[in-house]
Design a protein around this ligand. Sequence first.
Ligand SMILES: C[S@@+](CC[C@H](N)C(=O)[O-])C[C@H]1O[C@@H](n2cnc3c(N)ncnc32)[C@H](O)[C@@H]1O
Length: 216
Amino acid sequence: MTAEQTYWDKRFADEGELWGKAPSPSAERAARLFAVWEAHSVLVPGCAYGRHCAHFAHHGFHVVGVDNSSVALEMARRIAADEGLAVDYMLGPATKLPLDSGGTDAIYDRALLHLLNAADRERAVAEYFRVLRTDGILYATYFSDQDAECGHGVEVEPGTFDAKHGRPAHFFSEGELREQFAGFHVSVLRLISETEDHGGTTHDHVFWELIAEKEG
Ligand SMILES: C[S@@+](CC[C@H](N)C(=O)[O-])C[C@H]1O[C@@H](n2cnc3c(N)ncnc32)[C@H](O)[C@@H]1O
């Protein structure tokens, strides 16, 4: 088991539905975008216990959730069964997605990529490109270098800080994100402030909102 799996398994086992059941505010924008895009299938890498998978399933998309925490996926499957939602949950790393090439219309990444080290970020973005169909679309929100937490803790890689003892996070500059997604056509890249609910306590993050297409 990797250190990140141990960290997330323990957090989900100890704290349950960490961010509550409601999807993040930007998930509604993503659902509208995917509908305009005429997407049928939506992949949610780093889906955790499935609050965004449930959101997209309620919107009528065929949803695949991938996460490498078995504890999170156990919760996700139970919640989907309780709510009568059909979501395909798969255990696996974002760096080696258990999916065929070109079979996914849309990807929604909420705050996964910034948790990976530089080499794994490269691998994950290559996987996103591989599994997306031509003209497929990605909607993502990632920590920015404008976020209040940027610079806190030990810098374990350039721009990556571990302030949570075992959960380093990368804080992207605009140039880095453009470079990271150079294989895509980036149509939107802008800073947004969003409130994150941690089960009663809230705090704001300054995220990059990224919309990127896999052009033919
Ligand atoms: C910050 S949480 C985001 C959860 C979810 N996107 C949400 O907003 O509800 C990160 C999630 O990514 C998962 N994760 C971390 N590293 C991963 C990896 N390399 N591959 C797949 N999932 C990973 C964790 O288990 C955790 O569920």
